[in-house]
Design a protein around this ligand. Structure first.
Ligand code: HEC
Length: 148
């Protein structure tokens, strides 16, 4: 099928608009760093979920993956400094105005990951699935208030 040039031009400009988020030009680029750290967490987290959903749980592999996630769990937090609420962030202002609440959600996430590693070491699929869901809940809970 052939598309008229004008349509293609419109599509290209749409794509460009979608990519033209403001750049993080601040010294040290804290927003970029924390977003990259969350992306790494997501990339480590997803394969475990796929494995469980597709009924392909392999205890040995899962332990390695859970430990990989545990290594990444501290990545984003040091980049949430006091003056770091600016574009292109997707954090809400509540990260800073409800700091205690944010910290509580962060602690719940860290503990959920520790429990996931323990469950992985048990090799019990049911326990692993429950622990995985608890980590997932901790992501969702924090995002509900603190991410837009
Ligand atoms: C204590 C709060 C908290 C927890 C827990 C948390 N996140 Fe986030 N997450 C955030 C905030 C805040 C942002 C927005 C960061 C920004 O844009 O500055 C974010 C952003 C992200 C992003 C977007 C990164 C980007 O490219 O902009 C991904 C993906 C993500 N989180 C995945 C996860 C996953 C997966 C988990 C759980 C395994 C998780 N997060 C747990 C607070 C949290």
């Amino acid at each position: 099928m052939r598309y008229p040039t004008i349509l293609i031009a419109a599509l290209i400009s749409l794509t460009l608009t979608a990519c033209s988020e403001p750049q993080d030009t601040r010294p040290g680029q804290p927003v970029d760093h924390r977003r990259a750290a969350f992306k790494k967490i997501l990339l480590a987290f997803e394969p475990m979920g796929i494995q469980l959903r597709e009924k392909q749980y392999k205890a040995d592999r899962f332990i390695v993956q859970a430990k990989e996630l545990a290594k990444l769990k501290d990545g984003p937090w040091q980049y949430f400094g006091t003056d770091t609420n600016y574009p292109p962030t997707h954090a809400t202002a509540k990260v800073w105005s409800e700091a205690d609440h944010f910290e509580a959600d962060r602690q719940a996430f860290l503990q959920a990951i520790d429990r996931l590693v323990l469950a992985a070491e048990s090799g019990e699929e049911k326990q692993v699935a429950t622990a995985y869901e608890a980590v997932h809940d901790s992501c969702r809970k924090c995002h509900k208030t603190f991410k837009q």
